[in-house]
Design a protein around this ligand. Structure first.
Ligand code: LLP
Length: 415
C-alpha cells in the first residue's frame, strides 16, 4: 500500500500533483512519500510487537539522510555495510546502539570506528574476521558484541544476482563451521557472543525460504544453548519482496508470523533487516519525455532519465512499472521502449511498454525507492539527480541536484 494515486487524469504523491512537482524541481527526480515510509516502518514494528525485536533498516537500499532521519524518529535501527553508512546514520540522528554491521570485507579501521561508536552488533562473516575483531577489541580495550552470519545454504528463489544464502555465494560462514567458531568466540573475553545472523537473498516473494533459514538458525541456537552459549538475538536479515509488476509478496506481518511462531518458548529477540520492503514503493522516479522515434521494429520513447539514475533494469533486467503522470484521453497507446540519453544499448527503463505519450510528458517509474538513488552514478558526466519528500500537501527538497563542478571537484590535472 502506498500514497501515490490518480485523481481524475493526474497522478498525485499524497496531496501533491506529480506534474507540479516536476515543474518545480525539474527532472530526473526522485519523489518520496513520507506517509508511505511511515506506514512501512509501522507495519514491521506492529508485526513484531509480540516479541523483543529490532527493525534494522538496510541503509544500502536508500541512504538519503532525510529518509534515515525519519526512520530513526520512528524508532528503527539500521543495518550497515560500511563505515560510510554508519557515518550517514549518525549524521541523520540514528542511534549507533541500534546498528548492526554486515559485510564480508570490513576493514580494520571500519571495525575500529564501529566499536568506538558502540554499535549493537558486528555480523562477522569469516573466521579471519574474528581474528581482526579480537585484535581491534583488545587494542581499544572494549568487549565487542558479535554474531556470526551463517550461510544456511537455502535457495531464496530470487534473481541469481540478489541471492546471498547459497553455498557458492561469498556471504557468511557455512553451517558446518559455525558451531566451532561460536565456541571459539565465546572463549574470548573481549567478545560478547550476542546473536546469530543470516541473510539469504532479496526480493523474496514467498515465506518458505526464510522459514527454512530460520529453522536452521534455531537449531544452532539450541545447540549453542546446550553448550552453555546463550545469544540474545536471532537476525533473519532482509529480503522481503515488493510489487514491481505482478508479484504477490507476503505482507510484513505474513512474513514474520511463521518465524515468531517458531521462536515460541525461546528467550531471544528477533532482529530483521528490511531494505526494499521499507522504501521501494515509497518513491517514484520522474522522467521527462524528450523525443520519440521509430527504429526498425521498435518505437522509442526517449527521456531525460537514464541508467545512471536507475540501473536496476539494465543490471538485473528488472521490470519496473512505468506510467504516464497524466492519463491522455486522446493519445493512442503504443508499444514502446523507454530509454535514456546514455551511450549504451542497455540504457533503458522499460521495454515493450504500452504507453500513451506526448513529448514533454512526465513518465513515472514506480517502486523506485529501493536501490534507485543509492545505486546512481555520474556515468556520462550526468549529475546525480535531485530528491524531494512529500508530506501531505507539502514538498521538501531532500537532495539538491548535483552541480557539474561537483562531479569533477576531486580530480586533479598534474602540473
Ligand atoms: N541485510 C543484508 C546483509 C543485505 O545484504 C541486504 C541486501 C539487506 C539486509 C536488505 O535486503 P532487502 O530487504 O532489501 O531485500 N541491488 C539489488 C539488491 C541487493 C540486495 C543486497 N543485500 C536490487 O536492486 O535488487
Amino acid at each position: 500500500m502506498d500514497f501515490f494515486g490518480f485523481k481524475d487524469s493526474d497522478l498525485y504523491a499524497e496531496s501533491v500533483k506529480i506534474s507540479d512537482i516536476a515543474s518545480q524541481y525539474g527532472t530526473p527526480l526522485y519523489v518520496y512519500s513520507k506517509a508511505t515510509l511511515t506506514k512501512h516502518v509501522q507495519a514491521f514494528e506492529a508485526a513484531l510487537k509480540s516479541r523483543k525485536h529490532l527493525v534494522c533498516f538496510a541503509v544500502k537500499a536508500c541512504s538519503n539522510l532525510a529518509v534515515l532521519n525519519l526512520m530513526a524518529k520512528l524508532g528503527a535501527g539500521f543495518d550497515i555495510v560500511s563505515e560510510g553508512e554508519l557515518r550517514r546514520v549518525i549524521a541523520a540522528g540514528g542511534d549507533p546502539s541500534k546498528v548492526v554491521f554486515s559485510g564480508v570485507g570490513k576493514s580494520e579501521s571500519e571495525i575500529e570506528f564501529a566499536l568506538s561508536q558502540k554499535i549493537n552488533c558486528l555480523n562477522i562473516e569469516s573466521p579471519e574476521e574474528i581474528d581482526t575483531v579480537i585484535k581491534v577489541a583488545k587494542r581499544l580495550n572494549v568487549v565487542a558484541p558479535v554474531a556470526l552470519r551463517v550461510n544456511p545454504g537455502v535457495d531464496a528463489k530470487t534473481h541469481p544476482s540478489i541471492s546471498t544464502g547459497l553455498k557458492n555465494n561469498k556471504f557468511g560462514v557455512s553451517e558446518e563451521l559455525a558451531f566451532d567458531l561460536y565456541k571459539r568466540m565465546a572463549s574470548e573475553p573481549c567478545l560478547k557472543v550476542s546473536g546469530i545472523d543470516c541473510h539469504i537473498g532479496s526480493q523474496m516473494t514467498s515465506v518458505e525460504p526464510i522459514i527454512e533459514a530460520s529453522e536452521k538458525l534455531i537449531t544452532l541456537y539450541n545447540k549453542l544453548l546446550s553448550a552453555g552459549i546463550k545469544v540474545d538475538h536471532i537476525d533473519v536479515g532482509g529480503g522481503l519482496g515488493v510489487i514491481y509488476d505482478n508479484e504477490t509478496p507476503p505482507s510484513p506481518e505474513e512474513y514474520v508470523a511463521p518465524i515468531l511462531k517458531k521462536l515460541e518458548g525461546l528467550d531471544v529477540a528477533l532482529y530483521v533487516e528490511p531494505g526494499r520492503a521499507m522504501v521501494a514503493n515509497a518513491a517514484v522516479l520522474l522522467a521527462k519525455v524528450l523525443y520519440q522515434k521509430d527504429n526498425g521494429d521498435k518505437h522509442f520513447v526517449i527521456t531525460d532519465t537514464a541508467m545512471n539514475d536507475m540501473i536496476r533494469p539494465a543490471l538485473y533486467g528488472a521490470k519496473m512499472t512505468i506510467i504516464n503522470a497524466y492519463k491522455h484521453a486522446d493519445v493512442p497507446a503504443v508499444k514502446s521502449d523507454v530509454v535514456g540519453p546514455i551511450c549504451e544499448s542497455d540504457d533503458f527503463l522499460g521495454k515493450d511498454r504500452s504507453l500513451s505519450v506526448k513529448n514533454g510528458d512526465i513518465l513515472v517509474v514506480r517502486g523506485a525507492g529501493a536501490y534507485g538513488s543509492s545505486m546512481a552514478s555520474t556515468y556520462n558526466t550526468r549529475r546525480l539527480c535531485a530528491e524531494v519528500m512529500v508530506d501531505g500537501d507539502k514538498t521538501a527538497l531532500i537532495k539538491k541536484r548535483q552541480s557539474f563542478e561537483d562531479i569533477w571537484k576531486d580530480e586533479i590535472i598534474p602540473e
